[in-house]
Each structure stands twice: as structure tokens, then as C-alpha cells.
Design a protein around this ligand. Structure first.
Ligand SMILES: NC(=O)c1ccc[n+]([C@@H]2O[C@H](COP(=O)([O-])OP(=O)(O)OC[C@H]3O[C@@H](n4cnc5c(N)ncnc54)[C@H](OP(=O)(O)O)[C@@H]3O)[C@@H](O)[C@H]2O)c1
Length: 341
């Protein structure tokens, strides 16, 4: 069941992945490309043709690209049975950069605009000097952020937003338990929940207890020293990004009528029914309106962005290896070009 949600998400993300070589422009660009599935070593830093925007697309000069756990899973071929992707393929969905060119039907953006986007692989792939996105995926870059920080936002912030607000309908005064509070999704989930007026209980290892508190968690639990169920009781919402034993033990802490949203597994129907709680698995979708709203909260100082490490684009292998540990603090971002002045 654990693999189910990830498959669902990845299939939607990569079903129509485009190959960089089919683009028509003659100008070359650097990109990190895979020609086959495999370990991190299949990531190749090489020249490909720069893509050209179709009528509804936006060509972005990428300044920074975020790295997500799913990038490595796609690279490994974990979803090969379910996808129609073809090689060569450029991975990466999180981009921040400057609009270079727009298609004829694009009205909300123009050349020179600073943007960030969850650019689905349907559009192209973000580990590159130029990437394609659409108006439904992109929003104005928050002014207070660098491009590196902005590239750390889209996928994980939208995931936290869609889980807590769209699905679980978290409201002021409710209590939410956020597992993995120090990771990409968790750091945004804590702050989105606080901005919503909720009480937040969050889990992470010893080294990240301070971070949970800095982000606004009311209660921080060190999962290496304490069982979360000894502290969190009768919560309205659980956000599960860990699965397995963590999800299995989470049913008991949700109150009757409460909600469990998992990012990595489909909650067990029998457990939910037995306890009178609701549950859902989330598959994050690009959403430019929500991304713009998140950007507003960032500009208002209500959400901070935590980038723990950056790597040059040419070192995508190292970046993915770090992310694959499952212990990233905040986000890891690829620097593709210098920040514009
Ligand atoms: N379905 C979807 O649409 C969707 C969208 C986004 C992400 N995801 C998935 O959700 C998961 C989390 O994504 P992410 O980007 O936040 O990952 P991440 O940045 O790697 O963060 C993982 C966090 O989990 C913490 N952690 C590890 N083991 C834990 C445990 N037993 N209990 C509590 N916390 C634990 C780690 O903190 P410590 O270092 O302190 O242990 C780390 O900060 C990934 O599997 C990703 O693929 C799914």
C-alpha cells in the first residue's frame, strides 16, 4: 500500500515527460539528463537543446532548482511499469528564475518577470539552465526570497497546503500532529498550520528539536527518545510523511471525527472505520493560485524558508544522494546560475 501513493503521484507527474532532444530551438543549454534508469550515477550533466515554449508555455531561465525525494525515485525506475516516459529525460519539478520568453496565449507573465513554479514533468524538467512551465504552475517569486530559497518552496509547500487545508480542512483552534516536521514538507506544514491558527505538535530527531520550535511548533517531540502517542492525544489532524509504523501508530492519536492525511500510503480503511476517523492519501498537484497565496504569506513574514545545503547543477548526483537519506533539514537546492542583481 505504501508504494501506491507514490506511484499515483509519480505516474501523474511523469506520464507525459518530454525529451529534451525533441525541442526545436538550436541554442544549447546545460542540463542534468538521464538516458536510463539507475542509481545516482545515471545523472549526466551535459549539453541539450534549449526548449522552445508552445503557445501556452513559459520559458524560464532557471536560477535555482529544488531537489525532492521523488526525483530520485523516478530516476531509479521505481515507476517504470506505470509510466510512458521516454529518454533522455530531465528530472526536477521545483524551479525559480526569470521569464525568458512566453507562448502566444500566455497573458499573466512576460519576459523579465521573476517566477517560481512546480513545473510538472509534462512541461519538461527543472534540472536545467532553461525550463518550461505554464500559467497554471507558476506564480510571482516572493520578493523577500532569493531564487535559491524560492526554488525550495513549490512542491513541498503545495503538498503541505493541499494536505492540511484542501483535504483535512484544518481550522483555527484545532490540533495537528505533523510527522517529519523538520523536512521539506514538514517545515512548511508547521508554519501553514500556525498561520491558520492551529496548535501544532511536530516530530523530528534530536538535532532538529530547535528547528521545530523556531518554526512555531507548540510541542516538539524527539521521535528517537519518545513515542509520539505518549504526548499527542485526541488530535484533529495527522499529517503523515513517514508511513509504515508511524502511520500504523497514528490512528490511535486521532480523535473521533479527526483526519489522517498520508503522503506515502493509503490509510487503512478498517482502522479508520473502527475509530470513526477519516483518512486520505494525497497526490500533490501544481496550483498557481495556491502557490501565489503561499508566496504572499512568505512576503508577509509568516513563513520562513529553510535551505540547509546548495550544490551546483553539475553536482546533482551529490544533491540526490543527500536527499535520499530521508533526513534533510528543510531543503536541498541546486544553484544553476548566479542570483540576478
Ligand atoms: N504524495 C505526495 O504528493 C508527496 C508530495 C511531497 C512529498 N511526498 C513524500 O513525503 C515524504 C516527505 O517528503 P519531504 O520532502 O518532506 O522529505 P525530507 O525533506 O527528506 O524530510 C524527511 C523528514 O522526515 C524526518 N524523519 C525521518 N524519519 C522520521 C520518523 N521516523 N519520524 C518523524 N520524522 C522522521 C526527518 O527528520 P530527522 O532528520 O530529524 O529524522 C526529515 O526532516 C517523502 O517520502 C516524499 O516522497 C509525497
Amino acid at each position: 500500500m505504501q508504494a501506491f501513493v507514490v506511484v499515483l503521484w509519480c505516474v501523474s507527474v511523469i506520464a507525459f515527460a518530454v525529451t529534451p532532444s525533441v525541442q526545436s530551438a538550436e541554442t544549447p543549454m546545460k542540463a542534468v539528463v538521464i538516458h536510463e534508469y539507475g542509481g545516482p550515477e545515471v545523472l549526466k550533466y551535459e549539453d541539450v537543446q534549449r526548449p522552445e515554449p508552445k503557445e501556452n508555455q513559459i520559458l524560464v531561465r532557471v536560477i535555482a532548482a529544488g531537489v525532492n525525494p521523488v526525483d530520485g525515485l523516478i530516476r531509479s525506475g521505481m515507476f517504470a511499469k506505470h509510466e510512458k516516459a521516454s529518454f533522455p529525460m530531465i528530472l526536477g519539478a521545483d524551479i525559480a528564475g526569470v521569464v525568458e520568453k512566453t507562448g502566444s496565449k500566455v497573458t499573466n507573465f512576460k519576459a523579465g518577470d521573476s517566477v517560481f513554479a512546480y513545473a510538472s514533468l509534462k512541461s519538461g524538467g527543472g534540472y536545467a539552465e532553461y525550463a518550461l512551465t505554464t500559467e497554471r504552475e507558476a506564480a510571482p517569486k516572493p520578493k523577500v526570497l532569493t531564487y535559491v530559497e524560492a526554488a525550495a518552496v513549490p512542491v513541498v509547500a503545495l503538498t503541505a497546503w493541499q494536505a492540511l487545508i484542501d483535504i483535512a480542512k484544518l481550522s483555527a483552534g484545532q490540533t495537528v500532529l505533523i510527522h517529519g516536521g523538520s523536512g521539506g514538507v514538514g517545515t512548511f506544514a508547521i508554519q501553514i498550520a500556525k498561520a491558520r491558527g492551529a496548535r501544532v505538535i511536530a516530530t523530528a530527531s534530536t538535532a532538529n528539536q530547535d528547528l521545530l520550535k523556531q518554526l512555531g511548533a507548540d510541542v516538539a517531540i524527539d521521535y528517537t527518545k519518545q513515542k509520539f502517542e505518549d504526548v499527542a492525544k485526541d488530535v484533529d489532524v495527522v499529517l503523515d510523511s513517514i508511513g509504515k509504523d508511524t502511520l500504523a501508530r497514528s490512528y490511535a492519536v486521532a480523535k473521533k471525527g479527526g483526519f489522517i492525511v498520508s503522503l506515502v500510503a493509503r490509510p487503512d480503511r478498517d482502522e479508520l472505520n473502527k475509530r470513526g476517523i477519516r483518512g486520505a492519501a494525497l497526490s500533490v498537484e501544481p496550483n498557481s493560485d495556491e502557490l501565489a497565496e503561499i508566496g504572499k504569506l512568505i512576503d508577509e513574514g509568516k513563513i520562513k524558508v529553510i535551505v540547509s545545503q546548495t550544490f551546483p547543477l553539475s553536482e546533482a548526483i551529490k544533491a540526490q544522494e543527500h536527499v535520499a537519506t530521508g533526513h534533510t533539514r528543510g531543503k536541498i537546492v541546486l544553484k544553476v546560475a548566479d542570483e540576478p542583481k
